[in-house]
Design a protein around this ligand. Structure first.
Ligand code: AGP
Length: 360
């Protein structure tokens, strides 16, 4: 490829570090001279016209979709369903009267998503693709495209595309809210600028995250991620990152769900990474940490400034509640990266995986 790693040992590390720039690029690309959101008016209309949004995606893009649902429901007041592409085609839910399909795909080439697109186009439903590759199959075959502007993502493990997807979905949600006349005290560009600065503060703390990776993950066979609310979704992404590049068996769970079975797996020394970035669940997620610690878990709490407590392993800077995933995922990406390095794994090209999955 023409893309160079420069001084970086791996594309993944380079792409993690690029995230603040990508967020700033998105702010630029989605704003006009009057500081208004710049968006294809047809997309705005399609968002206004639909009565329900169906997000279709796979892997990390699916995880971004789970957060996209939060943005769209909370800000624009439109119900959203998020579906794994490979399940949707033969397990189609009952559709609303006026559905809008949103395909989230870094590559725009994921076969599972494409087969759903073909199916929903046949049914006559409008489709918007959110992708890093305009001109890709999913972009060409959908009615509308929103570009992630993340620059080429080479590492198999997706990092900057994930945060770009969430940023673009937040902007889309706010644009829709404004078009519908909903009053918000949430300026997405301002919040994203704060996110970019926070991201920089985190990519500057690699040594600390490398230490955490060696302390918690250098020899373990498994690892759990827990969180509540949107922290749960970020935990799903953290666990996917860890398993795909370090081959540690990792699972993300909703904090409250642990006691319904999974807690049986906690043994002496099992690492449990808990996210605590949401005020409304701070107390309860910390309760879950105590439960696993009482069974011997080696817990690592990643909290947000203002909600942190003594003994937390890592604290992220304060950002808007809804924006925490864009920031809290960075220590998870870096911890996975260093865990994979310590375990001598091929970080950029993990075994059995391809960058885009073009077979169903
Ligand atoms: C992420 O780290 C993965 N390698 C993978 O889950 C990926 O997100 C998935 O295959 C979807 O790809 P897409 O975004 O290009 O459609």
């Amino acid at each position: 490829t023409d893309i160079e790693k420069g001084t970086y040992p791996h594309f993944m590390l380079k792409e993690i570090d690029e995230q603040p720039f990508v967020i700033r690029k998105i702010i630029q690309e989605y704003q006009n001279e009057n500081d208004e959101i710049k968006l294809d008016p047809e997309i705005r209309q399609a968002m206004k016209d639909c009565d329900r949004i169906y997000i279709i995606a796979a892997g990390t893009s699916y995880h971004a979709g789970l957060l996209g649902k939060q943005f769209i429901e909370k800000l624009a007041n439109i119900p959203v369903e998020v579906h794994v592409a490979s399940e949707f085609s033969y397990n189609m839910p009952l559709l609303s009267e006026k559905p809008l399909f949103v395909y989230i795909s870094q590559s725009g080439e994921t076969a599972d998503s494409r087969s759903v697109l073909v199916q929903t186009k046949e049914l006559g439903h409008p489709a918007l693709t959110v992708t890093n590759v305009p001109g890709s199959t999913l972009s060409r075959e959908a009615d509308y495209t929103m570009h992630l502007h993340a620059g080429p993502e080479i590492a198999v493990a997706s990092t900057k595309a994930y945060t770009a997807q969430m940023a673009v979905l937040a902007i889309l949600a706010v644009d829709t809210a404004r078009a519908k006349g909903i009053e918000l005290d949430f300026d997405p560009m301002q919040e994203l600028a704060i996110v970019a600065t926070a991201m920089e503060a985190l990519t500057d703390q690699k040594e600390k995250l490398e230490d955490l990776a060696s302390e918690y993950l250098s020899t373990t066979r498994n690892c759990f991620f827990i969180g509540r609310g949107i922290d749960y979704y970020v935990g799903l992404e953290g666990s996917l990152k860890l398993k795909e590049i370090s081959y540690i068996q990792a699972e993300g769970f909703a904090g409250g769900e642990l006691k319904h079975g999974t807690i049986a797996l906690i043994e002496d020394g099992t690492p449990v990474i808990a996210l605590a970035t949401q005020e409304n669940v701070n107390y309860s997620i910390r309760g879950n940490v105590q439960e696993v610690e009482a069974r011997g878990a080696n817990s690592m709490i990643i909290s947000m400034e203002g909600l942190n407590k003594d003994g937390d392993a890592f604290v992220i800077p304060q950002v808007h509640d809804l924006m925490t995933p864009l920031v809290s995922v960075i220590p998870l990406q870096l911890v996975s990266y260093y865990a994979a390095l310590h375990r001598d794994c091929d970080v950029d090209k993990p075994r059995n995986l391809a960058k885009s999955v073009t077979v169903e």
